[in-house]
Design a protein around this ligand. Sequence first.
Ligand SMILES: Nc1ncnc2c1ncn2[C@@H]1O[C@H](COP(=O)(O)OP(=O)(O)OP(=O)(O)O)[C@@H](O)[C@H]1O
Length: 247
Amino acid sequence: MKAEHIAKRFGDVEVLRGVSLQVGRGDLVSIIGPSGCGKSTFLRCLNCLEIPDHGSITAMGVRIERAGGRWTRADDHAAHRLRSHVGMVFQSFNLFAHLSVLDNIVLAPRVVKGEPAQIAREQAMILLEKVGLADVARRYPATLSGGQQQRAAIARALAMRPEIMLYDEPTSALDPIVAEEVLAVMRTLDEEGMTQIVVTHDMRFAQQASDTVIYMDGGQIIESGPPDMLCVNPTDERTRRFLRTVL
Ligand SMILES: Nc1ncnc2c1ncn2[C@@H]1O[C@H](COP(=O)(O)OP(=O)(O)OP(=O)(O)O)[C@@H](O)[C@H]1O
């Protein structure tokens, strides 16, 4: 996946100022940086949940190019194709409260892809097994712990068979022990070759699990590199100051 010169403003506020990033297949990239620096906005631009004003996104043979003009029907079509390759997981899980865990996972394959019920359910059970939730498949989200809900959200995203997974602070609402269960699922996906981009405040995970850590500040990428290089010996003073406060 490649993003080039992504720019985005909300009213007078220039939130992203030409952010470029290339993520290799199977890589796990963590995006860190101070609150409000544009991490989530950038992540959301990657699957056009937020429409960039300028710049381009290329992934899985789909290219979206923006030059400040109107968002057209053709752009919409391209964004739809892009999203069919990309799963997204949010901080607040966003599960459907009125559906069981199993039905949460079955829903999109049934409705969007028209998969037969039996196949969608079998696939969902395989995914629930994978994230350690097979025994709670019939329960409703409200009866699960935060970590279980987040793992169900990951299974739901995986049910659409994405090649790329985006996570927006997946463990920020969780205590460290429960967060570890979620991070373990992401590590397993990494071992299986899934491409993953994670906005996170969890520096330990960023350091231990990432191929690349991106440090953003002020709507720009200030520094990027392998976790050791970035976290042990950052070249930029702002990066050093940020890491001193979080490590
Ligand atoms: N839909 C929106 N409308 C207006 N302003 C927005 C919108 N979304 C984000 N912003 C603003 O853009 C800036 C960047 O927000 P963003 O959520 O991308 O930062 P972040 O680095 O992910 O922060 P955090 O770590 O606190 O989640 C903030 O000033 C935020 O208020």
